[in-house]
Ligand binder design. Structure first.
Ligand SMILES: N[C@@H](CCC(=O)N[C@@H](CS)C(=O)NCC(=O)O)C(=O)O
Length: 213
């Protein structure tokens, strides 16, 4: 399957669907054109609608010609087969980028439960349970470690933008909503992420979902 075959990405609401943001951002940053199908998640018919595209009944889901790929990390891996620079070129950096991406994909339950992505909201210090604080501390440790060991003057976790940045992108919005203070290297990474036109585009979409005030 080549990159020129049409890609269709099925996503949920931009305001809430943290899983959707990850492959959406990876595809945008990779310069891969794709058609987008957005299914609002909180409607009575959402599940039926999602199941028309995604065998898991969840978004995101990628349709690439006759290939269907679901689950955010699997979709990111598929995109990296089309654009290998989505992972760092150096093998040691690539292994670490895969590790922190997998850790995000499988962990941080307290953060998800207590500090859900809600881009439009401002909830300073809300949801900061001790388990959520432990997740925050681990995320900050990951960011500081990646930036000090692998960034090599680049703006992102592994220097150039990679899937690791995409996997942590929703945390940028969660930390803004919940006013999480960060050490310098992590704050610089957050600012680099917020400066990406694709992140701005996603945020504008989230604001527009609210409809006119
Ligand atoms: N592990 C999955 C999680 C996907 C997921 O939970 N998606 C949510 C939206 S962010 C969903 O589809 N919820 C609708 C439902 O469960 O009915 C991934 O990485 O893509």
């Amino acid at each position: 399957m080549s990159a020129s075959t049409t890609l269709k990405l099925v996503i949920g609401d931009r305001n809430y669907s943290s899983w959707s943001l990850r492959p959406w951002l990876a595809a945008r940053q990779a310069g891969l054109p794709f058609e987008e199908v957005c299914i609002p998640l909180r409607n009575a018919g959402s599940k039926v609608h999602i199941l028309k595209h995604s065998p898991s009944g969840k978004v995101p889901c990628l349709i690439h010609g006759d290939t269907v790929v679901w689950d955010s990390l699997a979709i990111c891996e598929h995109l990296a087969e089309l654009v290998p620079s989505l992972w760092p070129a150096d093998r040691r950096a690539r292994s670490e980028a895969r590790s922190v991406s997998a850790e995000m994909h499988s962990g941080f339950t307290a953060l998800r439960q207590n500090m859900g992505m809600d881009i439009r909201a401002s909830k300073p210090f809300d949801g900061r349970t001790s388990a959520a604080e432990a997740d925050i501390a681990r995320i900050v440790a990951i960011w500081e470690n990646c930036r000090s060991r692998f960034a090599a003057g680049g703006h992102f976790l592994f220097g150039d933008f990679s899937i690791a940045d995409a996997m942590y992108a929703p945390v940028v919005w969660r930390f803004l909503t919940h006013a999480v203070a960060l050490p310098a290297a992590s704050q610089a990474w957050v600012e680099a992420m917020l400066a990406l036109p694709a992140m701005r585009e996603w945020q504008a979409g989230a604001l527009a979902e609210a409809g006119p005030a």
